[in-house]
Structure formats: C-alpha cells, structure tokens
Design a protein around this ligand. Sequence first.
Ligand code: 0O2
Length: 211
Amino acid sequence: MIENWQHFLLPYQQAVNELKVKLRGMRKQYQDEEQHSPIEFVTGRVKPVESIKEKMVRRHVQPDRLEQDMQDIAGLRIMCQFVEDIYKVVDLLRQRSDMTILEERDYISNVKPSGYRSYHIVIEYPVQLITGEKRILAEIQIRTLAMNFWATIEHSLNYKYQGAFPEELSARLQRAAEAAFRLDNEMSEIREEIKEAQNLFSYKKSTQTAP
Ligand code: 0O2
C-alpha cells in the first residue's frame, strides 16, 4: 500500500499547478492578440485519496502499478465555447514540446452510453523535483460549456445513485444530453456572429479601461 499519500501526490500537485498556469497562459495570449480564445477557462485537481483507492479496487490496480495504470490522478479540464474550439485546443496541445501525448479518447464522435461527451487526452509530463525529473501521467478533458454543465450535473447525481439511476431520471438525463448536443450545434451555426460580437465587446471594454 502507499504509505505516505501526501508525499506520493506531491509531484501530481506540482504538475496540476504548472499545467493550469500554462493553459491559462494560452488564453491570455489570445486575449493579448485580441483574438477569440478557444479556451474559455481551465480547472485542475489532484484526485482525492479516497477516489484513488475506490478506483484501485474497481479497476484491480496494484499499488506498485498505480503510477502507470491510473492516468487521471492529475486532472485538468479545459472548457471551450464551441465544439470547433475543442479540436483547435487538441491541435495546440499536439504541437507542444513540454508534454507528450500518449492517448486520445474522442467521446464527442463516440458518445458514451450515458450521454457523456468530452475529448480526453492522456499526457506524460515531466516535473522537476529536488531529486531530479519525474515523468507523470495527467489527463486533460476538453469540453464545451454545455458538455461541462451536463457532466457536472450527471456526476453529482451519479455520486448519489452510484450509477443506478431511477428510470425516469435516466430518461431525463438522456434528454438533457441531447439538449446540450443541440445547444452546441446551434452555437456552432452562429459562431462567427458571436465571435464578432465578443471582439467588439472586448474592444469596447479595453478602450474604456485604458488610462
Ligand atoms: P472524477 O475525478 O470524479 O471525474 P472510467 O474511470 O472507468 O469511467 P477511464 O478509462 O479511466 O474510465 O477514463 P475515461 O473514460 O477516459 O475518463 C474517466 C473520467 O471521465 C471520469 O473520471 C469522469 O471525469 C469522466 N467521465 C467519463 N464518463 C463519464 C460519464 O458518463 N459521466 C460523467 N459525468 N463523467 C464521465 P472519474 O474517475 O469519474 O473521476
């Protein structure tokens, strides 16, 4: 068993902190160029110890295989306005030299039976420790605001019902997933117009706040 969880998780926390800064930096660069940012906001977390232990049991992960077999101990989430932005972000991540992409799972083209949609990327990321470099795995989930809304709600309900949703609730969640899908499509249809309006808005704000 892992004896000192705090010690074990330290490099993961460092990776999450560094990646949040880097991904948020990408958004700032777009804003600086007065361009539409494919990144709306970024969150990150280290998986709580209890969730790691629960997943180890569920997935039959041995403690000595934890670092290799559990890919989402370090987790980042990138939220985008439009589905098209997700693929732009994926391209940007593919070009980076500070991380290596090991796996990509496209749950947008391959929607999960639950209705879950998101693009998952598993990366190997080097963190610099006082003992030297340690390469750790991290999972980056990229989704639209609508996908995130649905997944957040479904995740909390899942916690309550442990996946065994009453039939009526399950049907409603399916319908909500379809509504989120339609919302994303509608927004994509008018995306050029929205982007133009947002550029005007940010220009107006920047001229108003200028000294
Ligand atoms: P957390 O940190 O509470 O979000 P598995 O974990 O067995 O489902 P796998 O292969 O480890 O699958 O990885 P996968 O499917 O690429 O990603 C798992 C993570 O994706 C989950 O993390 C969720 O964050 C998210 N996810 C996947 N399917 C669903 C779903 O149907 N509904 C919601 N709301 N989220 C989903 P965890 O482990 O749940 O942890």
